[in-house]
Write a protein that binds this ligand. Structure first.
Ligand code: ZN
Ligand code: ZN
Length: 163
């Protein structure tokens, strides 16, 4: 499947790309370029980065962006089962979550309706929930306005990231 997707984009399934797909498969969760580099130290980082871009363009790898500078990589479907992510905006931790089939069907249906109205042809949906993980929750102060209508979240400096 990987070979076929790459071929469609005039790219070959080189040994380096195979190692990369194996590393992502072995990780079993979204990983950063740094994590890939430490799990596969024989792969040169520069070519790993290039290969990730090729694999992403070919639909073999998905890139998950946290904030502008931070990216995680994981295998695309059907190499990975369909799932979504909980993304901590404080520390960048990503957790995979699976929704039940009924909800997935409802999401697809509603998105397809919205897409049709916009004359847009849907391929797949990706849905990440941003918030705070249990480790970072204490960094967030809940400041409720006087009418109680709006919650403003203030992020304190992350103490556990000092140094
Ligand atoms: Zn966190
Ligand atoms: Zn879904």
């Amino acid at each position: 499947m990987v070979r076929a997707r790459l071929a469609r984009h005039d790219s070959r399934y080189t040994p380096g790309r195979r190692r990369l797909v194996e590393a992502l498969m072995g990780a079993g969760r979204p990983v950063t370029l740094t994590e890939i580099a430490s799990s596969a130290p024989d792969l040169p980082v520069s070519s790993t980065y290039r290969n990730l871009s090729v694999l992403e363009r070919s639909g073999v790898v998905n890139r998950i962006l946290i904030r502008g500078d931070r990216a995680y990589f994981e295998l695309a479907e059907p190499l990975m089962s369909h799932h979504h992510h909980l993304v901590c905006i404080s520390c960048g931790a990503i957790t995979d979550i699976h929704l039940d089939d009924e909800l997935e069907e409802m999401i697809d249906l509603r998105l397809a309706e919205a897409a049709r109205r916009a004359a847009f042809t849907p391929l797949r949906h990706m849905l990440d929930l941003h918030g705070h993980c249990s480790r970072c929750l204490h960094l967030v102060e809940d400041l409720t306005t006087e009418d109680g209508a709006t919650n403003i979240l203030r992020i304190n400096p992350p103490a556990h990231h000092a140094g």
